[in-house]
Design a protein. Structure first.
Length: 333
C-alpha cells in the first residue's frame, strides 16, 4: 500500500539538533543575514532552514557533558560570554597515577590534557541556549520528528522522510496513525551523531568509510555525589587506566562543577567516564573507592591488560538539594 505523505520543501534540512546541527543552522542564518544586508540577489530567508529533533525538547538527548574550548563558539556568537551557560571555567588540570590506596599527581600535566581557558559545560544546557539563538534567527526547529529514511534522487540525497506516528509494537498502524512527512531540500545535513541511523545508511550505501573506518569504544558513565568542599570547582583530573598490549591507553576523566554560594551545602555531582573493555568478559577498568572523601580517587582493583580508547571530555552538574552525598563503585563482570 502506498502511503500518502504531506510534502514540505526547504533550502537546507538539518537532521539533529545537537551542538553541531544547531551551530550549522545558526551559522547559515548569520550568512543569510549578512547577504540580505547588502541587498544582494537572490533573496534568502532563514525560515527556509529546517532542523529536525527527535527529542521532546532541545537538550533531551544530550545527557553527557564536556570540557569545551570556547574558540569556535566565540566565532559563532561573539558575545557568548554574556549569556552562554558557561559557569565553570577550568581552574586546574591534573594527571593522576592511582595505586591501591592512594594517588600521585604527575609533576607535569601532558599538554593535550591542559585545559586552561576551557569550560566544564552541560551539553543539555548549551544545546538549549543555542536553540534559543537559532529560533531567534528565524530558523524552523521541529521537535519530536526523527528522520526515518533518506530520499534519493539520481545519485544524490533530496531530503528525509520522518518517522510515522501511531505505530504499534508490531509495526502496524493504530487508530491514531499519522504518516511521516516527506521533507525535500536542496541541501541535507546529517548531524544526528556518529552512529545515527541515517548516517550509517549513507556511509554503507556510498562506501564512505574508506580504508580507515571509524571504530568506537563502549563506556560507562558514573555520577558521584560528593560533599561540598571535597573537590574544588573547575578541577579536572585525568587518570591513566590500563595500557593494552598494543599500546592503547584509556583516560577516564573527572571534572568538578561550580557551586553557587546560595547552595553551598548542596552535594556536588561529579561525573566519571570509564572505558568498558573486553578481556574475556566485559569489565570496567577498575573499581573506584570512596577515597574521594579524602580528596584522592583510588583504584581498588587495577584491571588486567585490556584494549581501551582514549576518553577526554567529561562534565558535572550540581545535584538537587535532596541528593544524598555518596560515592558509587561499579564493576560489571
Amino acid at each position: 500500500m502506498t502511503v500518502q505523505r504531506e510534502q514540505l520543501e526547504a533550502d537546507v534540512l538539518i537532521v539533529g539538533a545537537g551542538p553541531a546541527g544547531l551551530a550549522c543552522a545558526l551559522h547559515l542564518a548569520n550568512l543569510i543575514k549578512a547577504h540580505s544586508a547588502t541587498g544582494a540577489k537572490p533573496e534568502l530567508s532563514a525560515e527556509n532552514i529546517y532542523v529536525l529533533e527527535k527529542g521532546r525538547e532541545l537538550g533531551a538527548h544530550q545527557l553527557s557533558g564536556a570540557i569545551m574550548n570556547p574558540k569556535a563558539l566565540a566565532e559563532l556568537v561573539p558575545d557568548f560570554e554574556k549569556s552562554a551557560p558557561l559557569d565553570t571555567p577550568v581552574t586546574d588540570s591534573a594527571a593522576l597515577f592511582l595505586t591501591e590506596k592512594s594517588s600521585f599527581r604527575f609533576p607535569i600535566t601532558p599538554p593535550p590534557f591542559v585545559n586552561k581557558g576551557n569550560y566544564v559545560v552541560s551539553l543539555s544546557k548549551l544545546v538549549k541556549w543555542l536553540g534559543e539563538k537559532v529560533e531567534a534567527a528565524g530558523v524552523n526547529i521541529f521537535k519530536e520528528f526523527g528522520g526515518a529514511q533518506l530520499i534519493y534522487e539520481r545519485d544524490g540525497i533530496a531530503g528525509v522522510i520522518t518517522e510515522d506516528k501511531g505505530i504499534d509494537k508490531n509495526g502496524k498502524p493504530k487508530d491514531n496513525y499519522q504518516p511521516g512527512y516527506e521533507l525535500k531540500a536542496k541541501v541535507t545535513v546529517l548531524a544526528e551523531g556518529t552512529r545515527g541511523s541515517l548516517t550509517k545508511e549513507i556511509v554503507a550505501k556510498k562506501k564512505l568509510d574508506n580504508i580507515n573506518p571509524q571504530s568506537y569504544g563502549v563506556g560507562v558513565k558514573e555520577l558521584w555525589d560528593v560533599q561540598p568542599g571535597k573537590i574544588q570547582p573547575g578541577y579536572v583530573a585525568f587518570r591513566p587506566a590500563c595500557t593494552a598490549a598494543d599500546g592503547f591507553t584509556a583516560f577516564p576523566t573527572i571534572a568538578s562543577p561550580s557551586v553557587s554560594s546560595s547552595r553551598s551545602n548542596t552535594p556536588t555531582r561529579v561525573s566519571i567516564r570509564t572505558p568498558h573493555f573486553k578481556n574475556g568478559k566485559q569489565t570496567l577498568s577498575s573499581q573506584i573507592s570512596s577515597k574521594v572523601e579524602n580528596s584522592s580517587a583510588t583504584a581498588q582493583n587495577p584491571c588486567p591488560t585490556a584494549v581501551g580508547t582514549p576518553y577526554r571530555a567529561i562534565t558535572s552538574t550540581v545535584a538537587s538539594s535532596s541528593a544524598t552525598p555518596a560515592v558509587f563503585s561499579t564493576r560489571k563482570n
